[in-house]
Ligand binder design. Structure first.
Ligand code: FE2
Length: 195
């Protein structure tokens, strides 16, 4: 008997089922599996549902930006090209990340959903989870667990000029962009302007 678990789905209770459905379907290029007046289930892969949005009878209290609860959910692409292709597609539609962060273990783009929570589109920078875990035990990581913010437009330009991907997904490359504010400021519950 195996006790192995895998994450199945996340369900948001919301006053904005349709807006949340549209946001996550757009962000994740997901499709609707089931919906009625009060709820909607969506998926972006072969699982029957990955996210759901549910209204509650009588409505819900809005969560303040400094309220407790889920900070973000995260979704991993298989390549930097795929992550940046999604970034460009979303940007063309007017949706931009509030925080592009070079964590070290991952290259991450955080988007704010209609209820104010974050959704992280990412790639794994290391070839294996073990290597990422080792980095998370390093002094560099302990000193700065979040890492620097980076500019995805600059990354796209560097990629098109032939800068190697392995260079672009480092904290050193991200740190060269000195004018951007800290990751924590951008990831805080206080909404910030898109870059
Ligand atoms: Fe994350």
């Amino acid at each position: 008997m195996s006790n192995k678990l895998r994450l199945a789905h996340v369900v948001f209770q919301t006053n904005r089922v349709k807006a949340m459905r549209d946001f996550y379907c757009h962000l994740l290029q997901a499709e609707i599996v089931f919906e009625n007046e009060h709820m909607c289930f969506i998926t972006y892969d072969d699982e029957h549902h990955r996210l759901a949005f549910m209204a509650m009878p009588g409505g819900l209290l809005e969560r303040p930006p400094n309220g407790v609860g889920l900070m973000h959910s995260a979704y991993t692409f298989e390549s930097l090209d795929a992550l940046l292709a999604r970034y460009s597609l979303l940007k063309d539609d007017g949706l931009e990340p509030v925080a592009p962060v070079q964590h070290g273990p991952t290259t991450s783009l955080y988007y704010r959903d209609p209820d104010g929570s974050l959704a992280e589109l990412q790639i794994d920078n290391f070839a294996s989870p073990l290597q990422a875990t080792e980095f998370m035990h390093s002094e560099e990581y302990i000193d700065d667990p979040l890492g620097p913010v980076f500019n995805p437009e600059r990354m796209l330009q560097a990629l098109s000029r032939g800068t190697p991907e392995q260079t672009l997904i480092t904290r050193e490359w991200a740190r060269d962009d000195s004018q951007v504010p800290s990751a924590l400021a951008r990831l805080s519950g206080i909404p910030v302007e898109p870059m």
